[in-house]
Design a protein around this ligand. Structure first.
Ligand code: NAD
Length: 427
């Protein structure tokens, strides 16, 4: 197998490899495997391994006490051959250009797999939002948007909320962009508040997609099946709720403050209220405490990683007892862990399939705008379900036909469609 690399922006060093670099190495490994199966030539492989545009910016932050900090921001458009770029914006202290590139690449394959006409992008700022006041956060967001303004826009590249960002961030983005344009541009971001033109159902779209993918993978009723969810944010918390609504027993949940378990089933709404009030799931009185590691290794039917990348590694994979893993998070499983899980017969529904709900509903929003129509939340949900189930069935078919994992099959389909778009456009 030929090894794909992208030019590094950092000098060679003996420093430990960052989680972002590991995520990018995993993404390149998956691309490499798919390219081998598709027999892509070297030049097309090189194009697909390299971001189309990668912008690194400095974001000065004026703190409340008058100090000035400078943090780095990024916007990477991995591929725009199938349509304008879409992708989240992450505010996290560990964010670097490698992580952003890996996530942008995953977004390209995700849109192609879902059959929606978008390319893949991702943005990020290496800042801890919890360490900033609301005014500082607003200043960071607005300054970041001004710096990446030349490459974003409704026809070019549309940001969405991701780790550490939310509807308020999207509203600031929309306002900053609109002030520069001189007129309101609600289409510059996905998932704004309803007042800014965002569809209310977009907020939970990713977790609805996780639910549909999980039920499809279970091939039957989830009644009584036990679930553990790692990460209790915009994806994890509503996913827990939707799985409980479907009849599953959500027995354990974690976030950055800790993990909790109740083998009789957690009251997900009660836990959400506790988390909102206290800042995390830790200390929830209706459950027992658990370590972060133990949550991943619990004896449950389904594990939903919905936090950050690199949660399931070669080290802990042999101890995972769930028979089904549904990746709400992006890149939560390393390639080494993947091999161990496959050998152990664990089914892994890959991120580019399981967490595609958000970008699918962005596309459905765009369709409604283009047709000057408005679908009910129920209609949007039915279409989302159809697209997720259709993608799942196609992936399962290729997986069975070729004797490969669901992740490998999903990449063969996603990468294959993007490669075909390159060929047909004569690029
Ligand atoms: P978020 O910031 O809303 O939530 C992240 C959650 O993970 C928080 O509860 C945080 O406390 C928790 N967390 C962090 N480190 C943890 C650890 N070590 N152990 C347990 N929990 C930990 O972010 P989000 O938008 O929910 O995104 C989560 C994942 O889903 C990311 O990988 C993201 O790329 C992916 N994703 C999100 C969307 C979306 O629409 N928001 C779409 C596609 C993919």
């Amino acid at each position: 197998m030929r090894t794909l690399t992208v030019p590094s922006t950092t000098p060679a060093t003996t420093a430990p490899v960052s989680p972002g670099r590991q995520a990018l190495d995993s993404a390149l490994f998956q691309l490499d495997q798919a390219a081998d199966r598709l027999d892509l030539d070297d030049s097309l492989r090189a194009v697909l391994a390299t971001p189309r545009r990668s912008l690194t910016v400095s974001v000065p932050v004026r703190r409340e006490d008058g100090r000035m900090d400078v943090v780095q921001g990024f916007r990477v458009q991995h591929n725009i051959t199938r349509g304008p770029a879409k992708g989240g914006i992450r505010f996290h202290p560990g964010t670097d250009v490698h992580e952003v590139t890996a996530l942008a690449m995953g977004m390209t394959w995700k849109c192609a797999l879902a059959g929606i006409p978008y390319g893949g992008a991702q943005g990020g700022v290496s800042v801890d939002p919890a360490s900033l006041s609301a005014r500082e956060l607003e200043r960071v967001t607005r300054r970041y948007v001004n710096e990446v303004l030349p490459i974003v826009g409704p026809e070019r590249d549309v940001p969405a909320p991701e780790v550490g960002t939310d509807r308020r961030t999207m509203a600031w983005i929309m306002d900053t962009y609109s002030v520069n344009a001189g007129y309101p541009v609600p289409g510059v971001m996905a998932d704004g508040s309803a007042a800014c033109g965002g569809a209310p159902e977009r907020a939970e779209a990713t977790s609805r997609g996780v639910r549909f993918a999980t039920l499809r993978a279970m091939r039957g009723s989830p009644g009584g099946r036990t679930v553990a969810v790692q990460g209790f944010g915009k994806v994890g918390a509503p996913a827990a709720r939707h799985l409980a609504d479907a009849g599953a027993l959500v027995v354990a949940v974690s976030d950055s403050t800790g993990a909790v378990v109740n083998r009789s089933g957690l009251d997900v709404d009660g836990l959400r209220a506790w988390s909102k009030e206290t800042g995390g799931v830790r200390g929830y009185p209706e459950a027992d405490p658990l370590s972060h590691d133990d949550l991943l290794e619990l004896d449950v039917d389904v594990l939903v990683p919905a936090a950050l990348e690199g949660a399931i590694t070669e080290e802990n994979a042999p101890r995972i007892r769930a028979g089904l893993i549904v990746e709400g998070a992006s890149c939560p499983t390393t390639p080494g862990a993947d091999r161990i899980l496959a050998d152990a017969g664990v089914t892994v529904v890959p991120d580019i399939l399981a967490n595609a709900g958000g970008v699918i509903v962005s596309y459905l929003e765009w369709l409604q705008e283009a047709q000057a129509r408005s679908w009910s939340a129920r209609e949007v949900d039915a279409r989302l379900r159809g697209l997720v189930e259709n993608a799942f069935d196609t992936v399962a078919e290729v997986s069975a036909e070729c004797g490969i994992t669901l992740r490998q099959a999903a990449h063969v389909i996603g990468v294959g469609r993007v490669a075909e778009a390159h060929r047909s456009r004569g690029l």
